[in-house]
Design a protein around this ligand. Structure first.
Ligand code: SF4
Ligand code: SF4
Length: 309
């Protein structure tokens, strides 16, 4: 980052992503630390679609005095995006020539973007690359935060990697960020969330030394236009579905909602994938499971990692 954002009234941070990625946790951490420093904070969220893979966004405004809870278009100081298409959806809200852009390059292709449900089918998705986007922005990062978080051991901590980058743009001291994160995340996940946060801060330092890396750390296949799998035979190398049976409460939602009818409840009344060859990796089951028991892996590395569990 070129420099810290001047914390005069108000500072506007827009956090966007897809349901289940941790948008609200990022905004809670930010709002809490702002409050603890005596700032007036206004926060407004839309997260009604969070269990349906829909867009989630949160406006956080802080300063000596803040009147409106929503950020006017063109007034965003920092756009923090947990998903690439969501980043592009909101990019025009950045302050022209000034705003900081921080985004995961992860693609989450919504099921309704599939042009057909056959394996290998193209899905409608933006083809804008990180290099292209960053060339239009003064200060920005586009990184494979999800991949980095997966390497750490939990891809759900990608939000903390991005929060680490955000923390480098604001004036609050590192130990206060760490303290607030430790209080707000589930106790069992404090350690890995803090490690993810540290990794985001380290990445900001690396990019500061080597600006050419701003759009790096993303496997090339992540940037291929939305493709569900290369072809019929290789699909299993691209999609793995992991069901945590301890968390499955037998509600049957995934079974009923899977468009390919490839899930069933077994004799223990636990969800199992009975027709793996038909699974297209659409992630509807993952998004709809109320107990977060299903994870769909759609990249070769993730599929391999899941296979090794
Ligand atoms: S939606 Fe989740 S909890 Fe319900 S049956 Fe499927 S895996 Fe189990
Ligand atoms: S099992 Fe899940 S990911 Fe596979 S097709 Fe069914 S809903 Fe989609």
């Amino acid at each position: 980052m070129d420099k810290k954002i001047e914390q005069k009234d108000p500072v506007n941070v827009l956090i966007v992503g897809v349901g289940g990625q941790g948008v609200i946790m990022v905004s809670k951490v930010l709002a809490t630390i702002c409050q603890e420093y005596g700032y007036q904070v206004k926060q407004s969220e839309v997260h009604g679609m969070s269990k349906r893979g829909g867009s989630v966004f949160s406006h956080v405004r802080f300063g000596k005095q803040v009147f409106s809870p929503t950020i006017p278009k063109g007034s965003v100081d920092v756009l923090l995006a947990l998903e690439w298409a969501e980043a592009l959806r909101w990019i025009n809200h950045l302050k022209p020539g000034k705003g900081t852009f921080i985004s995961d390059t992860q693609h989450i292709v919504p099921p309704f973007a599939c042009l057909n449900r056959k394996r290998g089918a193209e899905a409608g998705y933006s083809r804008e690359t990180p290099d292209h986007i960053l060339s239009r922005i003064k200060d920005g990062f586009a990184l494979d935060a999800t991949g980095m978080a997966r390497e750490l051991g939990n891809e759900k901590t990608a939000n903390m990697i991005l929060l680490g980058l955000l923390s480098m743009a604001l004036e609050f001291p590192e130990h206060d960020w760490r303290h607030v994160i430790s209080r707000l995340v589930p106790p069992k996940t404090v350690d890995i969330n803090l490690r993810a946060f540290d990794q985001g801060r380290e990445w900001a330092g690396v990019v500061h030394e080597n600006p050419d890396l701003a759009a790096r750390h993303m496997p090339a296949e992540k940037l291929a236009p939305g493709v569900l799998g290369p072809d019929h035979d290789e699909l299993s190398d691209f999609v793995r579905l992991v069901i945590n049976l301890d968390w499955c409460k037998s509600c049957d939602i995934c079974v009923k909602m899977c468009p390919e009818r490839c899930l069933k409840l077994d004799v223990r009344l636990k969800a199992v994938l009975t027709e793996p060859d038909r699974c297209t990796g659409c992630r509807i089951c993952e998004w709809l499971c109320p107990d977060l028991a299903i994870t769909v892996y759609r990249t070769p590395e993730a599929a391999q990692a899941a296979a090794n569990v």
